[in-house]
Design a protein around this ligand. Structure first.
Ligand code: 9YT
Length: 132
């Protein structure tokens, strides 16, 4: 059994910080679960285009408000605590945070650890691995 504390992981190399968001990667490929699980803070008043060409992602909002635009379907979905969106088609999307947002994110295949978005808003399949 794996037991971890978010409050401890926040002070470890599991915390990845970028311009628009930061993410604590609580479960990674090295844990052998077949998915990775992150707690992500999206900074307020940010606009983040993404397209996870190599991954599926499910996102559950547990704090804050914003919207996600599905660029393939040309639709916009408001996000508030309790809203789930799942990128089951490698969907091109734009996340707009009105306030600070806290999200629980699950990736399949699992991230290795240190991934940040490339110029297409995707994560590569190769990245520096966190094993600790
Ligand atoms: C919601 C979203 O995709 N934010 C970008 C960060 C990502 N969730 C991650 O790496 O944890």
């Amino acid at each position: 059994m794996i037991v971890r504390q978010l409050q401890e992981a926040e002070f470890s190399e599991r915390r990845v910080v970028t311009e628009n968001w930061e993410s604590v990667r609580l479960l990674l490929k090295s844990d052998g679960m077949g998915f990775s699980l992150h707690v992500t803070i999206i900074y307020p008043n940010t606009i983040t285009p993404m397209c996870y060409q190599n991954h599926l992602e499910a996102v559950l909002c547990i704090e804050g408000e914003g919207e996600v635009e599905d660029m393939d379907q040309d639709t916009v979905h408001p996000i508030k605590p309790g809203t789930l969106y799942a990128l089951d088609r490698h969907d091109r999307h734009i996340l707009r945070a009105r306030t600070k947002m806290r999200m629980v994110c699950v990736f399949n295949p699992p991230l290795l650890g240190k991934e940040v978005h490339d110029k297409h808003g995707a994560y590569p399949l190769q990245a520096e691995e966190i094993r600790a």
